[in-house]
Structure formats: C-alpha cells, structure tokens
Design a protein around this ligand. Sequence first.
Ligand SMILES: Cc1cc2nc3c(=O)[nH]c(=O)nc-3n(C[C@H](O)[C@H](O)[C@H](O)COP(=O)(O)OP(=O)(O)OC[C@H]3O[C@@H](n4cnc5c(N)ncnc54)[C@H](O)[C@@H]3O)c2cc1C
Length: 425
Amino acid sequence: MSIAEDRETPAVPASRTEVEVAIVGAGLAGTVLAITLANAGRKIALVDPHRIHHNEFRAEKTRAEQMRLFEKLGLGPVFRSLVTPMTDLHVFRFGQLFERKQAWEYAFSYTPLVNGLRAALPPQAPLTVGKVAEVSTGPDRQRLVLTDGSVIEARLLVVATGYSEAVRRAIGVERIEESKAHSLSMGFDFAISPQEFGLQSLTFYARRVVDRIAFLTIFRIGERMRANMFVYRTVADPWVRAFRENPQKILLELMPEIAARCGNFAIASEVDVRQVSLTTTQGHRRDGVVFIGDAFATTCPAQGDGIHRVLTDVDRLSSTHIPAWLATPGMAADKICAFYDDPIKIAADERAMRASVYARRITTETGLEWRLRRLRNNTARHLMIFARRFREAGKPSDAGGATGVAFDHTDKAGQELPAGPGLGT
Ligand SMILES: Cc1cc2nc3c(=O)[nH]c(=O)nc-3n(C[C@H](O)[C@H](O)[C@H](O)COP(=O)(O)OP(=O)(O)OC[C@H]3O[C@@H](n4cnc5c(N)ncnc54)[C@H](O)[C@@H]3O)c2cc1C
C-alpha cells in the first residue's frame, strides 16, 4: 500500500532495520508506548515526520487518575517535571462560588509535554525522523518503507498517528464520524499573572442553555494564566468569529461576577480554536497492526478523557497484550482482537464516548426530558449552596465543602459518568 506519490530515489543505499514492534507516530501515545516497551527490553522503532513535535493546541490539563497511569508506566517523574500541579479547585455556578474541591490536577502545554517525553526515549529506542511511503501488513511480518528508501520490518505495527489519515487509509481502515463537529475547544492566555490572579484553578459554568457553553476553566501553566473554553458550536458560527475578535467583551457579558478576578478578562494571546468530532474506527480488526489513541477514536476534549484513553491503550498493550503476542509465533487478527476486546480498554473508550454525548445533551437539549434533568440537577445544586450557607452561618470556618446531595451523573441507561468538570449544566 503506497502513501507518498513523489517518493525520491535515495542517493545512498537505504538501511534495513528489523524490530519486534514498529510504532508510527510519536505523539503522546506512540512516544509513551515506545518508552515503555524499550524499557521492558523490547526492540522497537518509532517513526515520525518531525523531530520536534509541532506547536498545536491540544490537551492542557489532566487529573490524578491519569497521573496514576503515568506512574504505573514508570513515567511519573518525567511527567511531573513537565507540568504545573494544582490542588485547590474553585467551581462557580449560577454566578457564585459553588464548590471548592481539593483534588490533584496537572496543567501543561501539549507540545512541550510531547517533546519532553520524547527526550526520555532510551538510547536504544531513538526517534526515526521520516515519512512512511509504503506500508504492508500480514499475519507474520509488517513492512514500512520510508520516503528515503529505508525499510523497517517488524512483527507488529502500531499506528499512533492521531488525527492524520494517510497511514490509516493506506492500511484500509475507515474513520466513522459518530458526531460531526461535536464541540469547539478554545484556548487563550490571560494578561493577569498567577500571583495577581490568586486562585490555582477556576471552573465556570454558564447560566443559560442558549450560550451552548460546556464550561470555561482558568488555570496556571508555569508563569501564565491559561483559559480553556469548550462550546457546542461550529467554527462557522458567527458567535465564534465575534469571540475571536473581542473575547474580553463576550467573557464580560457571560461572567460579569468573576471578571474582576481576571483583570477584567484582558487577553494576552490569540484565541486558539479547534473543532473536534467524535469518531470511531471501522475495519481495524486485521493481521499484524493495531491502532491506538486518537488514531483509533476521538472523543470530546471537554471531558478530558483523551489522555486517559491514550494511557489505557498503552498500559494494556505494554503490560499484557504485546508480551503475550510476541511470546508465540505469528501476529494474526485473532491475537490483535484480544486488545480491542479487552474489557479495560472498552470501558475507557465507552466512558469517554458516553460522557461526550451526555455532556452535550445536558447542556444544549431543549426537549422535556433534558429540561427536567437540568431542573433536577440545578435544584440539587441550589440545595447544596443553601445547605452550605446554613452550615457556614453556624460554623464560619467551613467554606466550600460538599454536602452530599445527589446529582444526575448518569446517562440514559443509568450508567455512572465520571464526575469531572465536563458534565456541564
Ligand atoms: C483542542 C483539544 C483539547 C484537548 N484537551 C484535552 C484535555 O484537556 N484532556 C485530555 O485528556 N485530552 C484532551 N484532548 C485529547 C488529547 O489531546 C488526545 O487524545 C491525545 O493528545 C492523542 O494523542 P495521540 O498520540 O493519539 O495523537 P497525537 O498527539 O496527535 O500524535 C500523532 C503523532 O503522529 C504523527 N504522525 C502523523 N502522521 C504521521 C505519518 N504519516 N507518519 C508518521 N507519523 C505521523 C504526528 O506527527 C504526531 O506526532 C484534547 C484534544 C484537542 C484537539
């Protein structure tokens, strides 16, 4: 299967490398898998067209659950050295402080995170900078030909090329759009310094369904205050253009009660905007090749589950499936399917997809069922605020604790959803 039409004839004899596992794509998924397998003594090759991961707006925050997976994979110290930790999280609803949570979260810029992880690749597993020109897969051997003519042969091929379609298409798998243009992620820097801002992290939920906002979260990355806002709109929506032109004006209208905290929302950067669709993969159950991370599925960034899916894929492959596959001859589809049928992987993927769909519906749907659900949630939240005020009146030191009133954190089938900030209205 050929990818690059304009393959050049190499000037020097091309090299040939033989490894156990060839990984295409050195983003978060590919790099972490390469480090984990190489540290376990596996012979691997990691290929990416760029030595330095390009600058892009992607994940900027993650939770303790993902830190535990980094720790499990032996990458806790590396990850910690690349992130800004937070423990004191302020949540605003109905224009007032609703909850003050003590929980670990970690903020970072995606590009330095990926580059920092690449720097942790062990010497026996360097990054091969190159573009895949041809790929062939089968029940025993996988073969990559790069555009410089060099050849990588492997028992197993892992595709970790994120949103990119070239390698996936060449192998013959199809991306299915489950929810096209599902949400829009916006990222920008505030002019205010972390010292002036005071709070470590602030999450704000809009009051009105018509705003179509999942939430705005403001947090510290190193020495700057960063904002991520997730909205259920398309890039073509005039609201998006208006926001890009004057974010300060729209933020002041949406959230006047917290404006003063942010230096009246003065913005110090361009507004990064990325549209994300919910996608799954079809035709992936085949000999010799496995798809991971965003190359397998994409979910809504507002739920913050992308990194969890990536790390779950890497953990299940490196701890269980790849050692078992390499221990016996062949690499036919029945072996590979054990990964796609792994209950832990399925649960992580399903949780992310379910939460993505639910959060959009509870935020934007106007049918009776969803209006009643919102009413139930908001009544419970108002009761929490009332109970806290009542408690504080008698016990002034206890600010912001939870009261234990139940929320609708379940989807239609009654399945529990993660109680992250992304559950919306
Ligand atoms: C705006 C936005 C915000 C997000 N926010 C969050 C969040 O807050 N929390 C969270 O958990 N998740 C979030 N996510 C999701 C998260 O960023 C992704 O799930 C995760 O980064 C996917 O990693 P990956 O390694 O699969 O893909 P990528 O990081 O995209 O890596 C793909 C790699 O493949 C390489 N590649 C591409 N084509 C080829 C080729 N032909 N040959 C070789 N290599 C190739 C690329 O150069 C790249 O290095 C967000 C996503 C977006 C878009």
